[in-house]
Every structure is written in structure tokens, then in C-alpha cells.
Design a protein around this ligand. Structure first.
Ligand code: 3PG
Length: 301
């Protein structure tokens, strides 16, 4: 079987070697398409692939239509909003993710961004500390739980809201609504997936509940932010800061809030050697699918 690894944002070299070793040991072949710049390159490369490993690469109907032999796509990571899962299902193509693989890497970045934020982007002036502050975690999944663990070391008071998870967790105060979370916390860290339900849900009404001098951190997806409304709020509330690992469409507009807005130049949450190496799980999932038909991590059943 031919396994295409299509990563516009490549994995670390050691991780790629790990994937190759796994796939080849099972008797399959690996084809690499890294740092591609045009969608047409992906469309061309997928034509004779039996399986594909991707990151945030867009797997849209034109890609799936070109993929005459494709049986499985594994998104090495958690969020699979970049894949047209319904269309893949129509075509009988299994889509899987590798939940948890990037969770610690993303959670650590939250604190990298937060320290940078509370210290005024290292501008030489007195900032504040995280100790004793209230941290609100929106969605208590794999990343949220890692954020809670690290926050404890910083001496923060941790709150969480999750519409789908059980309420109780050691050291974390569960609140009853996202409105309550935003109104209670000094920092709100977003970990919801991008779904029709969450799209643009971080809007003026919700973010406007944040406390004085609050910080909003987004390491999830840009689609969850209502950008025009957040821009309006930041213009009204000159005390608020917005730190994001996903460049908003309105990046230039946000950048006007100097000292209150920061975006990583390229999405960095999962860009660690360790998280990339964990991506080897994707290779094992593909091997197991071809060996036994295993679809444990299928997300488009
Ligand atoms: C994920 O969903 O796992 C993260 O957002 C990582 O995305 P990336 O592969 O684009 O870095």
C-alpha cells in the first residue's frame, strides 16, 4: 500500500523517520509531500495513495475526488475540521484522528503566551504574575486537562466549563456555563473544537463578560472567534488582551491594539519534537487498519 504523508507544515525529521520505519516495517511504502504551496500538488500526490497522513492540511472534495484508491486519512492531531469528513464517508473513506498526541505541547504554549502577555510582551515595564489568578478553561478535554495540570504549578485557581464532560476533577472548579467562566476568570483559555455549534461563539456578549484586565488565549481554532465583534470589544475595552496561536483573518486590524494583541507567526501549538514523534501513532493506526480493519479512532462513522 502507498501511504502519502502530506504536511504543508512538516513534522520534525525524527518523527518522519519514525513514521517511515513503522509503515515500511508493515510492508507498505511512504511518499512524502512536505511544504507544498499549491493545492494542485496535493491533488496530484493523492492520486495513487491508499492512505494519507495529514496535519491541518485541507482535505476538501476536490482532493478526495482525485484520490481514486484512498481508503483512510489519518489526521495526526486532534481537530479534524480541515477534513470534509461527510464527503469522505460518502466515498467510503475512513477518517481518523490521534486524540491527545499534541495535548501537552499545546498546553505548554498556553503558558508561554501567558507569561509573555502578563509581562507586557517583555516591554521592560512592571507586569503581573499568574500566581493567585483565576484561569478559566473552556472545554475540558485532553488539552484543557493538561492546561489545568500546569496551572496548578503556577499557583493559579483553576475553573473549567465543558458542555460534554463530567463536572468533577481534582483541583478544578467546574462552573455551570461559559458565561460564568468568562465572568469569573482573569484568564480564559479556549480549547473548544471548531464545529457548526462553536463557530464564532466567542462573541461580544460572551467575551464582554471578562473581568478588568482579563486575557483571552486562543490555541484552538480561529473559526471559534467572532472577529468583528472581538475587534469592537477590544476597541471599547482598552484593558483586554488577546493572545492567539492562530492568526485571525483580521490580523492587521487586531495588530492595531499594540501591546494588547499577539499572534504567533505560524501555528506553533503542536510544533514540538515530542508531539511530532507522537504522530507515529498515525502510522500505527494505518498499519492496524490495513492488517485487521481496525477503525477504533474513526471520526466519520
Ligand atoms: C490539533 O488539532 O491537533 C492541533 O491544532 C495541531 O494542528 P497542526 O497539526 O496544524 O499543528
Amino acid at each position: 500500500m502507498k501511504v502519502l504523508v502530506a504536511t504543508e507544515k512538516p513534522f520534525a525529521a525524527a518523527a518522519v523517520n519514525g513514521i517511515k520505519a513503522e509503515i515500511e516495517a508493515a510492508g507498505h511504502e511512504v511518499v512524502l509531500l512536505e511544504k507544498y504551496t499549491e493545492k494542485t500538488q496535493l491533488v496530484e500526490a493523492v492520486k495513487d495513495a491508499d492512505a494519507m497522513i495529514v496535519r491541518s492540511d485541507k482535505v476538501t472534495p476536490d482532493v478526495l475526488d482525485a484520490a481514486g484508491k484512498l481508503k483512510i486519512v489519518v489526521r495526526a492531531g486532534a481537530g479534524y475540521d480541515s477534513i470534509d469528513t461527510a464527503y469522505a464517508k460518502e466515498k467510503g473513506i475512513v477518517v481518523e484522528n490521534t486524540p491527545g498526541q499534541n495535548a501537552n505541547a499545546v498546553a505548554e504554549l498556553v503558558f508561554g503566551m501567558l507569561v509573555f502577555g502578563v509581562r507586557g510582551f517583555y516591554n521592560g515595564k512592571s507586569g503581573t504574575e499568574l500566581k493567585g489568578k483565576k484561569l478559566g478553561i473552556l472545554a475540558f478535554g485532553n488539552v484543557g486537562r493538561n492546561v489545568a495540570r500546569i496551572a496548578e504549578g503556577f499557583g493559579m485557581e483553576v475553573y473549567a466549563y465543558d458542555a460534554y464532560c463530567p463536572k468533577e476533577s481534582a483541583g478544578v472548579k467546574a462552573v455551570d456555563s461559559q458565561e460564568e467562566l468568562f465572568a469569573t476568570c482573569d484568564v480564559v483559555s479556549l480549547h473548544i473544537p471548531a464545529t457548526p455549534e462553536t463557530k464564532e461563539s466567542i462573541n461580544h456578549a460572551l467575551a464582554g463578560r471578562m473581568k478588568k484586565n482579563a486575557i483571552l488565549v486562543n490555541t484552538a481554532r480561529k473559526e471559534i472567534i467572532n472577529e468583528p465583534e472581538l475587534l469592537k470589544l477590544m476597541a471599547e475595552r482598552t484593558d483586554l488582551k488577546f493572545l492567539t496561536d492562530i492568526k485571525p483573518d483580521a490580523d492587521a486590524e487586531f495588530a492595531k491594539f499594540e501591546g494588547r494583541y499577539f499572534s504567533t507567526p505560524k501555528k506553533m501549538g503542536a510544533q514540538t519534537a515530542e508531539a511530532n514523534t507522537n504522530a507515529g501513532i498515525a502510522a500505527r493506526q494505518i498499519n492496524s487498519f490495513f492488517a485487521t480493519g481496525d477503525t477504533k479512532f474513526q471520526v466519520n462513522k
